[in-house]
Unconditional design. Structure first.
Lengths: 112, 112
DNA sequence: GTTATATTTAGGTATTGACCTAAGTATCTG
DNA sequence: CAGATACTTAGGTCAATACCTAAATATAAC
């Protein structure tokens, strides 16, 4: 694949894991520390922290360390990349469906 | 990770690859055969076909073979899983930001 | 200043992902 | 029916991912 991943690739990749999506959902409510975030998951901490790293590299979250506690928060702009891409595709095929006669399309599908 | 991937995991995973996103964009315009889809890519056909398999397993596209030609088309309902998930997160943190605004406003008013 | 807490680093394993080449099958066309 | 076309199957490589345990570091609390 490509040498370096594009932001949008990283965003979708980050979103493809259920653990990471759960973390994002948690952070959508409020910022939280590593251990708070890890608590619901039955996973060794270093493994979990790797998910946090993937999220941060994707730009979907940011973190800052104060003392011994690292706090993560959501960084909403990046999610927009994904939303916008999806919206654009939707617009494309919706326009296509508008142009076509829906009835004829259905007939065509049935014959295939 | 999990034994079997959830549909939404598969959808985001399928979307994380630029080749696959380009294929989706192409299919948003109209259905197309394997070789039509493969044409823009500098990749051995079997490698490319594997991307089509990932897309079909995710439910983002469907295919049917007629004679020796397999035709792919977009299957838009699945993309909604991703759109809905993103919309939900957005709603969550936008609501949170609203609350924060209200709180800050209140602080400000008290100080005046 | 010792002990507890909150990560972080180091390093290892097993599976999956993204590619390849070579060879096979099925359908169409002259 | 012979050759071209449109995939499909088989099998191999290499890197990345998702986990793990054990040990290190840095800060906080007694």
């Amino acid at each position: 694949m490509t040498e370096v991943m594009e932001p949008i690739d990283q965003v979708f990749r980050a979103l493809s894991d259920p653990t990471r999506r759960q973390v994002l959902a948690r952070l959508s409510r409020s910022p939280a520390s590593v251990s708070e975030l890890a608590q619901p998951f039955d996973m060794a901490l270093p493994s979990f922290v790797q998910h946090l790293r993937v999220l941060e590299e994707s730009g979907l979250v940011r973190s800052a360390k104060r003392g011994r506690v690292r706090t993560y928060r959501i960084a909403p702009q990046r999610m927009k990349l994904a939303e916008d891409w999806l919206a654009e595709q939707r617009q494309l095929w919706e326009r296509r469906l508008d142009q076509l006669d829906a009835y004829l399309l259905e007939l065509k599908e049935k014959s295939e």
